[in-house]
Structure formats: C-alpha cells, structure tokens
Design a binder for this molecule. Sequence first.
Ligand code: XIL
Length: 298
Amino acid sequence: GSTLHAAASEKGRYFGTAIAAGRMNDATYMGIVDREFGMITAENEMKMDATEPNRGQFSYTNGDRIVNDALGKGKKVRGHTLAWHAQQPGWMQSMSGSALRQALLNHVTQVATHYKGKIYAWDVVNEAFADDGRGSRRDSNLQRTGNDWIEAAFRAARAADPGAKLCYNDYGTDSINPKSTAVYDMVRDFKARGVPIDCVGFQSHFGTTIPSDYRANLQRFADLGVDVQITELDIEQGSNQANAYRQVVEACLAVSRCTGITVWGVRDTDSWRTGKNPLLFDGNGNKKAAYTSTLNAL
Ligand code: XIL
C-alpha cells in the first residue's frame, strides 16, 4: 500500500488519527486525513464536557461533524470517551454519590444511543487507574461512587449500542508494570463474570523510546480474549523517532488481536504535546522520516 491505511489494511489492521473539528476547514490537514487514515477519533468533541455541557442537555454538533464526515468517506470511528475523571462538565465535577452514578449512566446511555450503529469501538472508560506503583484505582468523583462504576458503565454502553466494541483505555499501561497488571486483572475478572468488554486501548504517549516488553504486554491482554489497539500514539522527536515508530508497528503486527494503530494528531503543529514534534507529518504537512519508517514497517 502507498498510504498508511492502505498498507495497514493489507495486514488486516486499520491506521487512524485523532482529528479536531476546528481544523476540518484546513485543506492541507484534511487532505492528509482523507488520504492516509481509515479510522478517526474525535480529539475532544465526544468527551463528556463537549456532549453534555448542561445536565440533560446534549450537544452533538461537533461530534456529528467528525463522525458523519468520516463515515461518508468510508472510514470507521473510535468513540472517545464515555466516562473519564477529566474533561467533565462543571455540573458533573460538583456531583457525588448515587446522583453522580445515575448522571454518569444516563450520559453513557444517551451518548452511546445517539451514535448507535456508527462506532467501531468506544473507549467506555478512560484512565481509571492511578500511577502510584501499586495498581490502585485513580481517586475521582466517579471512583468514589463505588468500585463497580466501571462495570456499570460497560453494561450501560452494551445495552445502548450492542454493535460497538467496548474498550478500556489508559496510559502508562504500555509495559508490564503494576498499573497495567491491575488493568489486566480487571479485564480477566470482567471476562470471568460476563461483564461486557471487547478491547483494551493502549494510549502509547511515548518519550523517545518504547518499552522493551511492549509486544509481550499487548500479547498477554490479547490472551485474555480481548482485542488490543494502540489508541493515541505519539513519540517525542529525536534521533530515535523513526526507529521507535517502526517498533510500534512491529509490535502490533506481531499480535494477531492487535487490530489497529491510531496516532494522536496529524502534523507536529496539531499535537497536544507542544514542542515535542511527536507525529508523522511536519508543520507544513510533509512526510517525516517517522512516516516512511511506519509505512515501510506495515
Ligand atoms: C487531549 C487533547 O489532545 C487535548 O486537545 C486536550 O486539551 C486534552 O486532552 N489522554 C486522552 C486524550 O485520553 O483524550 C487526551 O487528549 C490526551 C491524553
């Protein structure tokens, strides 16, 4: 294949990117998106603060722009994200207890229902584990409603859109470590008890290197009977960037249940990691060495 998604498709995988609705009128940007990518994630437009800015009032304008544009061009969409401690609307930030639990499940149900039939996979829950080296749950208003809030969100999502794959997504879980092992134990428990979960997303926001046990970690999750996906890939610019992107592709291709890779933005100037130049295209939209090594590895 001569583009990222065409090459990935030949290997039975997808290659995607996150996009911002506010950049969709930029011809250089959309030209690259249309040409190179077959899976689209909304960078911010489907998060809780965007979709339910006031309690019970849902706002889908920007999310719909992204989803309908992608589907109209024959691309697929990853939904990001139904439940997260961050980017909550103000009204939700100040809630707690059973009222918050009810508001969360209503949010999951409403948003998943709105997009029913249009989403390849939902990040149902994002970043619910802590970085304390002990695999604890992250403290948040959602966690304080009870440890079962994650499975409640997954059950609500399945009921609303039975056709979407349901994923747990996190960062810092890319290697074998206490945090990823805690997620692993949760997924194993969900599978054992019939809690609906289909996939695990590994954000993969990397410094200049990737973990040596990246492939082994993806494989141990796949062995639980879930798909794995690389969901928010970016790698800091440096002399190793092209090599590191190649290693990510090789890790995914080595795991049969690794279904695809998404990079978190198009050009370096579009990245949330300001100054790190972590993406595949430079600020002018030109292909970087990292692009070529990625394409060649696919
Ligand atoms: C980031 C976006 O890229 C930024 O535009 C926004 O200001 C903050 O969120 N983990 C996630 C993504 O799951 O939603 C985050 O996206 C990056 C870290």
